[in-house]
Design a protein around this ligand. Structure first.
Ligand SMILES: Cc1cc2nc3c(=O)[nH]c(=O)nc-3n(C[C@H](O)[C@H](O)[C@H](O)COP(=O)(O)OP(=O)(O)OC[C@H]3O[C@@H](n4cnc5c(N)ncnc54)[C@H](O)[C@@H]3O)c2cc1C
Length: 459
């Protein structure tokens, strides 16, 4: 696809330093060689087969997503069996696999066991993405990951906040989680790589928060109301993070809230009471064509705002590509996101290099969050070539194999670990399944067996 003028401008010089290319390929191949094999992770292998079947079969995929969606609302085995049978039957006209499933799911003797097995499969899949129902439930896994060499950032799942009471409840859950993990963390064994880098100490406890959950008032039409609504809760959580020695990270959501989230975060972190801490950070979405300018702004703020601990910038591509594109098309706007996959990847690499370079000043820390082997290998090759130290981040469930390979390579890795109940868990699972099976996903290309040389090609 051709790039539009905005995309070209956003990218500037698209040529990455050719000198690191051999090293990118070398690192990428070494990471793949270090990934756990299917024999060692049989459950993941089964799930991969299910995912592959869904990728090839859009009708089956739609039926599975809808089943995942209705699963929490089913209150009896019969209800579950009826829904599964109906969804598979609807899909069976154009999907032979769904037709086979439908005949089992509606058969007199098989319907209940098949529905129970499907529900268990969905639950187990959700458990791969979510580490517990609450902080107490999740603590053993957070500790296990730490002992295995991976740091974590915890994310509290929840449906959209629509009332002040829900925002209070979310903030309270965040506070409880910070306190619970901070009480447990001192007992964990030392992990030098996870606790210190060239810029100084790195907190053991790390929580990611969403501004849309801290206020019901976050709307594109009145950003100042959203900022005012979330401000006291964010300030309170920053105080709790400071008092417990934790890191607080502000996630980024859809484009129409980016300005409010950025303004709020920088405003509160500029307050003198936070100059000594806590460690904090924000997210930069490389799929936005204006992300280079946004990085300018974040770096300028970090330079002008002396804080005892560096400001962490987590670089992602962005989770709302379809939403941003559809919304822009509906309104006749130019989409704020790149429409060309390779342009997005090139931008990601340019931002990676700028962030790693910026670390040298000591005011920012770069966190490179991706499951794309090329994006990861490029970040590591560039960091090695410039003598920098970089943190890689992955999502629990989607990035388990990458996490294992990075650990084996002795790299610093942080795993984003959602916590939540079944209802919130299913909504999250659908989003991750969509990501895994979308046409333009690296993980899909990898699962389809695209060869390694192609996967590691310069975008
Ligand atoms: C630790 C962690 C934290 C995260 N936090 C956030 C967050 O706060 N906010 C947020 O938005 N996301 C967040 N994400 C999600 C992240 O944005 C997605 O995981 C990511 O986009 C997938 O990118 P990838 O490099 O893993 O995969 P890839 O397969 O390399 O990239 C897929 C991405 O490319 C982009 N894309 C898809 N199609 C096109 C196209 N046609 N043209 C241009 N670009 C396209 C989309 O962003 C899509 O998600 C986080 C991810 C991780 C690992």
């Amino acid at each position: 696809m051709l790039m539009n003028a905005d995309e070209e401008t956003a990218l500037g010089d698209p040529a990455p330093s050719a000198t690191i290319e051999p090293r990118v390929a070398e690192i990428g191949r070494a990471l793949v060689a270090a990934m756990p094999t299917a024999r060692r992770t049989p459950r993941a292998a089964v799930e991969r087969r299910v995912m592959a079947a869904m990728v090839d079969d859009p009708e089956l995929r739609a039926a599975v997503f809808r089943f995942v969606d209705v699963r929490p609302a089913c209150d009896s085995p019969d209800d579950l069996a009826r829904h599964l049978g109906e969804l598979l039957s609807e899909a069976s006209a154009s999907s032979p696999l769904a037709a086979r499933g439908a005949s089992l799911a509606t058969g007199g003797l098989t319907r209940r066991p098949v529905a129970a097995a499907a529900a268990l499969g969905v639950k187990q899949m959700a458990q791969r993405f979510i580490i517990g129902a609450d902080a107490h439930d999740a603590l053993p896994e957070v500790e296990r990951l730490w002992k295995s060499g991976a740091a974590t950032t915890i994310d509290l799942l929840g449906e959209a906040t629509v009332t002040e009471e829900e925002a209070d409840a979310y903030a309270q859950r965040c506070e409880d989680t910070l306190r619970a993990v901070a009480a447990a963390a001192p007992k964990w064994p030392a992990r030098e790589l996870l606790e210190r880098d060239a810029a100084g100490p790195i907190p053991r406890v790390n929580l990611s928060v969403k501004v849309s959950a801290l206020t019901p008032l976050l709307r594109a039409t009145a950003p100042e109301r959203g900022i005012a609504g979330a401000e006291p809760r964010l300030r309170h959580l920053l105080r709790v993070a400071r008092d417990t020695g934790a890191h607080l990270h502000v996630d980024m959501e859809s484009y129409d809230t980016r300005e409010a989230v950025t303004e709020l975060t920088l405003k509160v972190l500029s307050e003198p009471e936070f100059s000594e801490g806590p460690s904090a950070g924000i997210v930069l979405q490389a799929y936005l064509t204006e992300s280079p300018q946004h990085l300018d702004r974040l770096l300028a703020w970090a330079d002008a705002t002396p804080r005892a601990q560096p400001f962490t910038i987590r670089l992602v591509k962005g989770a709302y590509w379809d939403h941003e594109t559809v919304e822009a098309v509906q309104h006749g706007w130019t989409p704020p996101v790149f429409q060309d996959r390779r342009a997005c990847d090139r931008n990601y690499e340019q931002l990676t290099r700028r962030l790693i370079d910026a670390q040298r000043g000591g005011r920012v820390r770069a966190a490179i969050a991706s499951h794309n082997l090329r994006s990861i290998a490029h970040a590591l090759a560039y960091a090695d070539a410039t003598g920098a130290d970089v943190e890689l981040q992955v999502l629990r469930g989607l990035g388990d194999e990458t996490q294992a390979a990075l650990l084996a390579a002795g790299r610093r890795v942080r795993t984003y670990c959602p916590i939540g109940d079944l209802v919130a868990g299913m909504a999250y699972l659908v989003r991750r399944l969509l990501e895994n099976t979308s046409n333009d996903s690296f993980l899909r290309a990898q699962a389809e067996g695209v060869d390694l040389t192609t996967l590691l090609e310069q975008p």
